[in-house]
Design a protein around this ligand. Sequence first.
Ligand SMILES: NC(=O)c1ccc[n+]([C@@H]2O[C@H](COP(=O)([O-])OP(=O)(O)OC[C@H]3O[C@@H](n4cnc5c(N)ncnc54)[C@H](OP(=O)(O)O)[C@@H]3O)[C@@H](O)[C@H]2O)c1
Length: 344
Amino acid sequence: MGKQASTKVCVTGGAGYIGSWLVKKLLEKGYTVHATLRNLDDQLKVGLLKSLPGADTRLVLFQADIYKPYEFRYAIQGCEFVFHVATPQQTAGSSHSSQEIVEAAISGVRSIAESCIESQSVKRLIYTASMLASSPLTKDGFNLKSCLNESNWTPSDIIFTHGFEYMRAYTISKTLAEKEALRYNENPGDEKLLEVVTLTCGLVGGETLLPYVPLSVEVMFSQLIGKPQTFEGLELMEEVMGSVPVVHIEDVCDAHIFCMEKPSMRGRFLCAAANPTIREMATYFLENESQYQMPEEFMGEEKKGIAYDSSKLVKLGFEYKYDMKKILDDSVKCGRRLGSIFLH
Ligand SMILES: NC(=O)c1ccc[n+]([C@@H]2O[C@H](COP(=O)([O-])OP(=O)(O)OC[C@H]3O[C@@H](n4cnc5c(N)ncnc54)[C@H](OP(=O)(O)O)[C@@H]3O)[C@@H](O)[C@H]2O)c1
Protein backbone atom coordinates (compact mmCIF):
# COMPACT_ATOMS: atom_id res chain seq x y z
CA MET A 1 0.00 0.00 0.00
CA GLY A 2 1.42 3.44 -0.98
CA LYS A 3 1.94 6.11 1.67
CA GLN A 4 -0.99 8.11 0.27
CA ALA A 5 -3.45 5.23 0.62
CA SER A 6 -2.58 4.93 4.28
CA THR A 7 -3.07 8.69 4.74
CA LYS A 8 -6.71 9.31 5.57
CA VAL A 9 -8.17 12.72 4.90
CA CYS A 10 -11.65 14.03 5.60
CA VAL A 11 -13.66 16.33 3.31
CA THR A 12 -16.82 17.86 4.81
CA GLY A 13 -19.38 18.74 2.15
CA GLY A 14 -17.85 16.18 -0.20
CA ALA A 15 -20.81 16.19 -2.59
CA GLY A 16 -20.84 19.96 -3.26
CA TYR A 17 -19.19 21.78 -6.17
CA ILE A 18 -15.73 22.25 -4.64
CA GLY A 19 -16.06 19.22 -2.34
CA SER A 20 -16.72 16.69 -5.12
CA TRP A 21 -13.85 18.01 -7.27
CA LEU A 22 -11.54 17.88 -4.26
CA VAL A 23 -12.58 14.31 -3.43
CA LYS A 24 -11.92 13.32 -7.06
CA LYS A 25 -8.42 14.84 -6.96
CA LEU A 26 -7.57 13.31 -3.59
CA LEU A 27 -8.62 9.87 -4.84
CA GLU A 28 -6.59 10.40 -8.02
CA LYS A 29 -3.57 11.16 -5.85
CA GLY A 30 -4.10 7.94 -3.96
CA TYR A 31 -5.40 9.21 -0.62
CA THR A 32 -8.09 7.47 1.41
CA VAL A 33 -10.99 9.91 1.75
CA HIS A 34 -13.71 10.22 4.39
CA ALA A 35 -16.34 12.45 2.79
CA THR A 36 -19.42 13.79 4.54
CA LEU A 37 -22.79 14.73 3.14
CA ARG A 38 -26.09 15.48 4.80
CA ASN A 39 -28.10 12.63 3.43
CA LEU A 40 -26.67 9.20 2.65
CA ASP A 41 -30.00 8.26 1.06
CA ASP A 42 -29.48 10.86 -1.66
CA GLN A 43 -28.77 8.41 -4.49
CA LEU A 44 -27.70 11.11 -6.90
CA LYS A 45 -24.96 12.52 -4.65
CA VAL A 46 -23.88 9.15 -3.29
CA GLY A 47 -23.84 7.67 -6.81
CA LEU A 48 -21.71 10.53 -8.10
CA LEU A 49 -19.09 10.11 -5.38
CA LYS A 50 -19.08 6.32 -5.60
CA SER A 51 -18.50 6.43 -9.34
CA LEU A 52 -15.19 8.30 -8.94
CA PRO A 53 -12.06 6.31 -9.84
CA GLY A 54 -10.60 4.77 -6.67
CA ALA A 55 -13.84 5.24 -4.70
CA ASP A 56 -14.57 1.52 -4.46
CA THR A 57 -11.56 0.92 -2.20
CA ARG A 58 -10.57 4.33 -0.80
CA LEU A 59 -13.75 6.37 -0.25
CA VAL A 60 -15.87 6.12 2.88
CA LEU A 61 -19.04 8.19 3.15
CA PHE A 62 -20.43 9.62 6.39
CA GLN A 63 -23.63 11.47 7.15
CA ALA A 64 -23.18 14.77 9.03
CA ASP A 65 -25.12 18.01 9.34
CA ILE A 66 -23.67 21.30 10.57
CA TYR A 67 -26.78 21.81 12.71
CA LYS A 68 -25.72 18.63 14.59
CA PRO A 69 -21.95 19.30 14.46
CA TYR A 70 -20.97 16.39 16.73
CA GLU A 71 -21.85 14.12 13.78
CA PHE A 72 -18.59 15.08 12.02
CA ARG A 73 -16.47 13.41 14.68
CA TYR A 74 -16.98 9.94 13.21
CA ALA A 75 -15.67 11.05 9.82
CA ILE A 76 -12.72 12.91 11.38
CA GLN A 77 -11.55 10.04 13.59
CA GLY A 78 -8.32 8.50 12.29
CA CYS A 79 -7.70 11.20 9.65
CA GLU A 80 -4.47 13.21 9.38
CA PHE A 81 -5.99 16.15 7.54
CA VAL A 82 -9.46 17.64 7.53
CA PHE A 83 -10.81 19.89 4.79
CA HIS A 84 -13.83 21.74 6.14
CA VAL A 85 -15.62 22.66 2.93
CA ALA A 86 -19.30 22.42 3.94
CA THR A 87 -21.13 25.58 4.89
CA PRO A 88 -24.72 26.19 5.99
CA GLN A 89 -26.66 28.19 3.42
CA GLN A 90 -30.13 29.54 2.91
CA THR A 91 -31.85 27.45 0.29
CA ALA A 92 -35.39 27.45 -1.08
CA GLY A 93 -37.68 26.17 1.66
CA SER A 94 -34.97 26.49 4.34
CA SER A 95 -36.40 27.27 7.75
CA HIS A 96 -33.23 28.80 9.22
CA SER A 97 -32.91 32.53 9.85
CA SER A 98 -29.78 34.47 8.87
CA GLN A 99 -28.76 34.60 12.52
CA GLU A 100 -29.10 30.80 12.83
CA ILE A 101 -26.99 30.30 9.71
CA VAL A 102 -24.22 32.54 11.06
CA GLU A 103 -24.28 30.78 14.44
CA ALA A 104 -24.29 27.32 12.83
CA ALA A 105 -21.28 28.20 10.66
CA ILE A 106 -19.29 29.35 13.70
CA SER A 107 -20.28 26.49 16.00
CA GLY A 108 -19.66 24.04 13.13
CA VAL A 109 -16.07 25.24 12.80
CA ARG A 110 -15.59 25.11 16.58
CA SER A 111 -16.99 21.62 16.88
CA ILE A 112 -14.95 20.31 13.93
CA ALA A 113 -11.74 21.86 15.33
CA GLU A 114 -12.47 20.29 18.74
CA SER A 115 -13.08 16.90 17.08
CA CYS A 116 -9.75 17.29 15.25
CA ILE A 117 -7.95 17.88 18.55
CA GLU A 118 -9.78 15.05 20.35
CA SER A 119 -8.96 12.62 17.55
CA GLN A 120 -5.21 12.95 18.28
CA SER A 121 -4.72 11.93 14.64
CA VAL A 122 -5.45 15.21 12.85
CA LYS A 123 -2.42 17.36 12.15
CA ARG A 124 -4.05 20.16 10.17
CA LEU A 125 -7.49 21.60 9.55
CA ILE A 126 -7.92 23.41 6.22
CA TYR A 127 -10.98 25.63 6.06
CA THR A 128 -12.45 26.75 2.72
CA ALA A 129 -13.03 30.43 3.40
CA SER A 130 -14.36 33.15 1.12
CA MET A 131 -12.73 36.36 -0.03
CA LEU A 132 -16.03 38.05 0.86
CA ALA A 133 -14.52 37.88 4.37
CA SER A 134 -11.51 39.95 3.31
CA SER A 135 -13.09 43.22 2.28
CA PRO A 136 -10.72 46.15 2.01
CA LEU A 137 -13.63 48.47 2.89
CA THR A 138 -13.28 50.51 6.04
CA LYS A 139 -15.98 50.11 8.64
CA ASP A 140 -18.19 52.93 7.35
CA GLY A 141 -18.14 51.30 3.91
CA PHE A 142 -17.09 54.50 2.17
CA ASN A 143 -13.37 53.99 1.73
CA LEU A 144 -11.25 51.24 0.26
CA LYS A 145 -7.83 50.37 1.58
CA SER A 146 -5.18 50.32 -1.13
CA CYS A 147 -4.93 46.54 -1.58
CA LEU A 148 -6.72 43.22 -1.19
CA ASN A 149 -4.55 41.11 1.10
CA GLU A 150 -4.68 38.79 4.10
CA SER A 151 -4.76 41.65 6.64
CA ASN A 152 -8.26 42.78 5.55
CA TRP A 153 -11.36 41.60 7.38
CA THR A 154 -14.92 42.43 6.42
CA PRO A 155 -16.49 44.44 9.27
CA SER A 156 -19.40 42.40 10.64
CA ASP A 157 -21.66 45.48 10.78
CA ILE A 158 -20.90 46.57 7.23
CA ILE A 159 -23.86 47.80 5.20
CA PHE A 160 -24.06 46.73 1.54
CA THR A 161 -26.30 48.22 -1.11
CA HIS A 162 -26.11 45.13 -3.36
CA GLY A 163 -26.93 41.50 -2.66
CA PHE A 164 -29.91 39.66 -1.25
CA GLU A 165 -30.37 38.84 2.42
CA TYR A 166 -28.97 35.31 1.97
CA MET A 167 -25.78 36.74 0.43
CA ARG A 168 -25.32 39.09 3.40
CA ALA A 169 -25.85 36.22 5.85
CA TYR A 170 -23.34 34.17 3.86
CA THR A 171 -20.75 36.99 3.95
CA ILE A 172 -21.05 37.46 7.70
CA SER A 173 -21.08 33.70 8.36
CA LYS A 174 -17.91 33.16 6.31
CA THR A 175 -16.15 36.08 8.05
CA LEU A 176 -16.94 34.97 11.59
CA ALA A 177 -16.39 31.25 10.89
CA GLU A 178 -12.96 31.93 9.39
CA LYS A 179 -11.98 34.04 12.42
CA GLU A 180 -13.16 31.22 14.68
CA ALA A 181 -11.00 28.72 12.76
CA LEU A 182 -7.89 30.90 13.01
CA ARG A 183 -8.40 31.30 16.76
CA TYR A 184 -7.04 27.74 17.08
CA ASN A 185 -3.65 29.03 15.91
CA GLU A 186 -3.51 31.75 18.53
CA ASN A 187 -2.79 29.92 21.73
CA PRO A 188 0.95 29.17 21.79
CA GLY A 189 0.33 26.37 24.32
CA ASP A 190 -1.82 24.59 21.73
CA GLU A 191 0.79 24.78 19.00
CA LYS A 192 1.25 21.05 18.77
CA LEU A 193 -2.46 20.29 19.00
CA LEU A 194 -3.66 21.49 15.61
CA GLU A 195 -2.49 23.61 12.68
CA VAL A 196 -5.21 25.63 10.99
CA VAL A 197 -5.02 26.98 7.45
CA THR A 198 -7.80 29.11 6.02
CA LEU A 199 -7.78 29.23 2.25
CA THR A 200 -9.71 32.39 1.47
CA CYS A 201 -10.99 31.81 -2.05
CA GLY A 202 -12.29 34.14 -4.72
CA LEU A 203 -15.29 33.29 -6.90
CA VAL A 204 -14.77 29.77 -8.23
CA GLY A 205 -15.44 28.91 -11.87
CA GLY A 206 -14.71 26.20 -14.41
CA GLU A 207 -16.21 22.77 -15.03
CA THR A 208 -18.16 20.66 -12.57
CA LEU A 209 -18.90 17.01 -11.79
CA LEU A 210 -22.42 17.96 -10.66
CA PRO A 211 -25.36 17.47 -13.02
CA TYR A 212 -26.28 21.19 -12.74
CA VAL A 213 -24.41 24.51 -12.96
CA PRO A 214 -23.08 25.41 -9.50
CA LEU A 215 -24.13 28.82 -8.18
CA SER A 216 -20.66 30.38 -8.32
CA VAL A 217 -20.21 29.29 -11.94
CA GLU A 218 -23.54 30.84 -12.86
CA VAL A 219 -22.52 34.05 -11.06
CA MET A 220 -19.34 34.00 -13.18
CA PHE A 221 -21.27 34.13 -16.47
CA SER A 222 -24.37 35.97 -15.16
CA GLN A 223 -23.61 38.98 -17.40
CA LEU A 224 -23.63 36.85 -20.49
CA ILE A 225 -27.09 35.43 -19.83
CA GLY A 226 -28.37 38.70 -18.36
CA LYS A 227 -29.68 37.08 -15.18
CA PRO A 228 -30.28 39.73 -12.49
CA GLN A 229 -30.51 37.23 -9.60
CA THR A 230 -26.98 35.91 -10.05
CA PHE A 231 -25.53 39.17 -11.44
CA GLU A 232 -26.40 40.62 -8.02
CA GLY A 233 -23.73 38.27 -6.61
CA LEU A 234 -21.09 39.83 -8.91
CA GLU A 235 -22.19 43.32 -7.90
CA LEU A 236 -22.01 42.41 -4.22
CA MET A 237 -18.48 41.10 -4.73
CA GLU A 238 -17.35 44.26 -6.50
CA GLU A 239 -18.94 46.41 -3.80
CA VAL A 240 -17.39 44.45 -0.93
CA MET A 241 -13.99 43.82 -2.50
CA GLY A 242 -13.43 46.64 -5.00
CA SER A 243 -13.33 44.13 -7.89
CA VAL A 244 -14.09 40.42 -8.47
CA PRO A 245 -11.34 37.99 -7.42
CA VAL A 246 -11.72 34.77 -9.44
CA VAL A 247 -10.11 31.33 -9.36
CA HIS A 248 -10.45 28.12 -11.37
CA ILE A 249 -11.83 24.96 -9.74
CA GLU A 250 -8.61 23.08 -10.65
CA ASP A 251 -6.42 25.70 -8.97
CA VAL A 252 -8.67 25.95 -5.93
CA CYS A 253 -8.50 22.20 -5.34
CA ASP A 254 -4.77 22.06 -6.07
CA ALA A 255 -4.29 24.86 -3.53
CA HIS A 256 -6.20 22.86 -0.91
CA ILE A 257 -3.97 19.84 -1.53
CA PHE A 258 -0.86 22.05 -1.56
CA CYS A 259 -1.82 23.32 1.93
CA MET A 260 -2.16 19.71 3.06
CA GLU A 261 1.08 18.40 1.58
CA LYS A 262 3.32 21.08 3.12
CA PRO A 263 5.16 19.56 6.10
CA SER A 264 3.96 22.40 8.29
CA MET A 265 1.64 25.29 7.54
CA ARG A 266 -0.81 27.55 9.35
CA GLY A 267 -2.54 30.89 8.88
CA ARG A 268 -4.66 32.73 6.36
CA PHE A 269 -3.98 32.58 2.60
CA LEU A 270 -5.91 34.37 -0.12
CA CYS A 271 -6.56 32.22 -3.18
CA ALA A 272 -7.47 33.91 -6.48
CA ALA A 273 -5.64 34.04 -9.81
CA ALA A 274 -7.08 37.29 -11.15
CA ASN A 275 -9.04 40.26 -9.92
CA PRO A 276 -11.02 41.86 -12.77
CA THR A 277 -13.75 44.47 -12.44
CA ILE A 278 -17.24 43.61 -13.71
CA ARG A 279 -16.53 45.93 -16.66
CA GLU A 280 -13.34 44.04 -17.51
CA MET A 281 -15.24 40.74 -17.44
CA ALA A 282 -17.91 42.28 -19.70
CA THR A 283 -15.23 43.47 -22.13
CA TYR A 284 -13.75 39.97 -22.29
CA PHE A 285 -17.17 38.41 -22.94
CA LEU A 286 -18.03 40.99 -25.61
CA GLU A 287 -14.78 40.32 -27.43
CA ASN A 288 -14.91 36.53 -27.16
CA GLU A 289 -18.61 35.65 -27.04
CA SER A 290 -19.86 38.18 -29.55
CA GLN A 291 -22.83 36.01 -30.57
CA TYR A 292 -24.52 36.98 -27.27
CA GLN A 293 -26.10 40.37 -26.60
CA MET A 294 -25.15 41.97 -23.29
CA PRO A 295 -27.58 44.61 -22.08
CA GLU A 296 -25.92 47.78 -20.73
CA GLU A 297 -27.12 47.15 -17.16
CA PHE A 298 -24.90 44.03 -17.00
CA MET A 299 -21.73 45.80 -18.17
CA GLY A 300 -20.63 47.19 -14.80
CA GLU A 301 -19.14 50.59 -14.09
CA GLU A 302 -16.08 52.00 -15.77
CA LYS A 303 -13.73 52.12 -12.79
CA LYS A 304 -10.27 51.14 -11.67
CA GLY A 305 -10.12 47.81 -9.82
CA ILE A 306 -8.29 47.43 -6.53
CA ALA A 307 -4.76 46.00 -6.38
CA TYR A 308 -4.62 42.36 -5.26
CA ASP A 309 -1.62 40.83 -3.53
CA SER A 310 -1.57 37.09 -4.24
CA SER A 311 2.01 36.61 -3.04
CA LYS A 312 1.53 34.90 0.34
CA LEU A 313 0.55 31.50 -1.10
CA VAL A 314 2.77 31.90 -4.17
CA LYS A 315 5.84 32.56 -2.00
CA LEU A 316 5.34 29.13 -0.44
CA GLY A 317 5.60 27.62 -3.94
CA PHE A 318 2.00 27.46 -5.18
CA GLU A 319 1.52 28.19 -8.90
CA TYR A 320 -1.77 29.22 -10.48
CA LYS A 321 -2.30 27.48 -13.82
CA TYR A 322 -5.53 29.19 -14.91
CA ASP A 323 -5.84 32.90 -15.70
CA MET A 324 -9.01 34.97 -16.03
CA LYS A 325 -9.58 33.98 -19.66
CA LYS A 326 -9.40 30.27 -18.87
CA ILE A 327 -11.66 30.69 -15.81
CA LEU A 328 -14.31 32.55 -17.83
CA ASP A 329 -14.00 30.25 -20.88
CA ASP A 330 -14.37 27.07 -18.81
CA SER A 331 -17.31 28.53 -16.88
CA VAL A 332 -19.05 29.34 -20.16
CA LYS A 333 -18.28 25.84 -21.49
CA CYS A 334 -19.82 24.35 -18.36
CA GLY A 335 -22.92 26.56 -18.75
CA ARG A 336 -23.30 25.54 -22.40
CA ARG A 337 -22.80 21.85 -21.71
CA LEU A 338 -25.48 21.88 -19.02
CA GLY A 339 -27.91 23.99 -21.04
CA SER A 340 -27.79 27.20 -18.97
CA ILE A 341 -26.29 29.27 -21.77
CA PHE A 342 -28.01 29.24 -25.11
CA LEU A 343 -28.69 31.67 -27.91
CA HIS A 344 -32.21 33.15 -27.90
N1 LIG B 1 -17.84 28.47 -5.02
C1 LIG B 1 -17.25 29.59 -4.67
O1 LIG B 1 -17.15 30.55 -5.44
C2 LIG B 1 -16.64 29.71 -3.30
C3 LIG B 1 -15.77 30.75 -3.04
C4 LIG B 1 -15.20 30.87 -1.79
C5 LIG B 1 -15.50 29.94 -0.80
N2 LIG B 1 -16.37 28.95 -1.06
C6 LIG B 1 -16.67 27.99 0.00
O2 LIG B 1 -16.49 26.69 -0.49
C7 LIG B 1 -17.35 25.80 0.19
C8 LIG B 1 -18.11 24.96 -0.82
O3 LIG B 1 -18.86 25.81 -1.65
P1 LIG B 1 -19.41 25.32 -3.06
O4 LIG B 1 -19.27 26.45 -3.98
O5 LIG B 1 -18.85 24.01 -3.38
O6 LIG B 1 -20.97 25.24 -2.75
P2 LIG B 1 -22.01 24.04 -2.81
O7 LIG B 1 -21.87 23.25 -4.03
O8 LIG B 1 -23.34 24.68 -2.55
O9 LIG B 1 -21.61 23.16 -1.57
C9 LIG B 1 -22.04 23.45 -0.29
C10 LIG B 1 -21.74 22.25 0.56
O10 LIG B 1 -22.14 22.54 1.89
C11 LIG B 1 -22.90 21.45 2.35
N3 LIG B 1 -23.89 21.91 3.33
C12 LIG B 1 -24.84 22.84 3.19
N4 LIG B 1 -25.56 22.94 4.32
C13 LIG B 1 -25.06 22.03 5.18
C14 LIG B 1 -25.38 21.62 6.48
N5 LIG B 1 -26.38 22.16 7.16
N6 LIG B 1 -24.64 20.63 7.05
C15 LIG B 1 -23.63 20.03 6.37
N7 LIG B 1 -23.29 20.37 5.12
C16 LIG B 1 -23.99 21.35 4.55
C17 LIG B 1 -23.56 20.82 1.16
O11 LIG B 1 -23.75 19.45 1.50
P3 LIG B 1 -24.85 18.47 0.88
O12 LIG B 1 -24.21 17.93 -0.36
O13 LIG B 1 -25.05 17.45 1.91
O14 LIG B 1 -26.05 19.29 0.57
C18 LIG B 1 -22.49 21.01 0.10
O15 LIG B 1 -21.58 19.96 0.10
C19 LIG B 1 -18.22 26.65 1.09
O16 LIG B 1 -17.67 26.68 2.37
C20 LIG B 1 -18.10 28.02 0.46
O17 LIG B 1 -18.31 29.04 1.40
C21 LIG B 1 -16.96 28.79 -2.29
